[in-house]
Design a binder for this molecule. Structure first.
Ligand code: NAP
Length: 321
């Protein structure tokens, strides 16, 4: 495994990490999640990603039970939670979501309980909240750090201006600003990471944890001939996600990517995952998996990294930009 620092912090994350969105509780049970986390950890993964809203709190509870059972040294892994969406779904009451001091503090305490840990290494604002003053967010995160409940804080799907505004406030009041942004990043979705954040990396040393590196599975090529049974796009209620990807032009791009992977003699997922790590601003690419074979195949993508030379990267660009 390779380890990368988050932006200009001292914290090191494994280049591949493991996340629980959709899979934990909805698709896989404790026994399989235990196996997958074990495979990840044994292969050097040190960062496990979660959020209050995943399976409405059940994903964090599942991960917490597994941490407890595994009894790994707490200093050997990094765990995150994210607040914003709440965990009551459509029944969220006014203060049960958003980035108010009340919700950020309560969501943090609840995540600690569910994950059965004393502190979160990373705590993300899962989305921006225009109705809460940024000063309140930055002060609250700074307070949680001082209370020892979180070690670093970050944002998810904030834009460059919002992140810079948080840093302006942090500088003005001598507080700790956001050190990491969690954004979608894959071969078919790259503008924000490659263009919009260019100055942010330079100015504040931001790190990135990349989500949906396989475009929710689309970049494996497995949806080219229909929706396989048991896959994410086959889950009831996932049309909002599948409709983003199952479009004629994007299918054609995946077909072309498949040719490149075939020429290289590697699998599509390996090529797509390795591609994300070619970007030095990526601190960690978060893997998702519902099967042992998927995770083992995906972790091997590190071996593909050296094969992605300038010619291959150019072919990938030609096929997709
Ligand atoms: N901050 C945010 O807003 C945000 C949003 C989304 C995700 N995330 C984080 O990022 C993590 C990763 O996102 P993601 O799960 O969408 O990642 P992804 O890598 O784009 O998709 C993972 C899914 O693709 C399928 N898959 C993976 N490897 C495969 C393989 N080798 N062959 C065939 N199918 C394969 C599996 O789904 P099936 O087997 O079900 O098809 C797997 O669960 C999440 O767990 C979460 O921690 C964050």
């Amino acid at each position: 495994m390779e380890y990368r620092r988050i932006g200009n912090t001292g914290l090191q994350l494994s280049a591949f990490s493991f996340g629980s969105w959709v899979s934990f509780h909805k698709q896989i049970d404790d026994a399989l999640a235990d196996k997958l986390m074990g495979i990840a950890y044994d292969n050097g993964v040190n960062f496990f990603d979660n959020a209050e809203t995943y399976a409405l709190g059940e994903s964090e509870k599942m991960m917490g039970r597994i941490f407890k059972k595994k009894n790994w040294e707490r200093s050997s892994f990094v765990v995150s939670s994210k607040a914003f969406f709440g965990w009551h779904g459509k029944d969220n009451k006014p203060n049960q979501m958003g980035l108010s001091r009340k919700h950020l503090v309560e969501a943090c305490n609840e995540a600690l309980q569910r994950l059965q840990v004393d502190y979160l290494d990373l705590y993300f604002c899962h989305r921006p909240d225009e109705s809460t003053p940024i000063e309140e967010v930055v002060w609250t995160m700074n307070m949680l750090i001082h209370q020892g409940k979180i070690l670093y804080w970050g944002t998810s799907e904030w834009n460059a201006a919002q992140i810079m505004e948080a840093h302006r406030v942090a500088q003005q009041y001598n507080l700790i600003g956001p050190k990491v942004e969690q954004s979608q990043y894959n071969i078919l979705k790259r503008d924000k990471i490659e263009t919009e954040f260019k100055d942010v990396y330079k100015n504040v040393g931001l790190g990135i944890t990349a989500w949906s590196p396989l475009a929710a599975g689309f970049l494996t090529g497995k949806y080219l001939d229909g929706i396989p049974e048991g896959s994410r796009f086959a889950i009831k209620g996932m049309d909002w996600l599948s409709s983003q990807w199952l479009q004629k032009e994007k299918m054609e791009q995946v077909r072309q990517l498949k040719n490149i992977a075939d020429d290289l003699g590697v699998s599509m997922p390996s090529m797509a995952l390795a591609w994300t790590l070619k970007n030095p601003n990526i601190s960690s690419t978060i893997l998702g998996a519902t099967k042992e074979e998927q995770l083992l195949q995906n972790l091997k993508a590190l071996e593909v990294l050296p094969l992605l030379n300038d010619d291959i990267l150019e072919r990938i660009n030609q096929a997709t930009i």
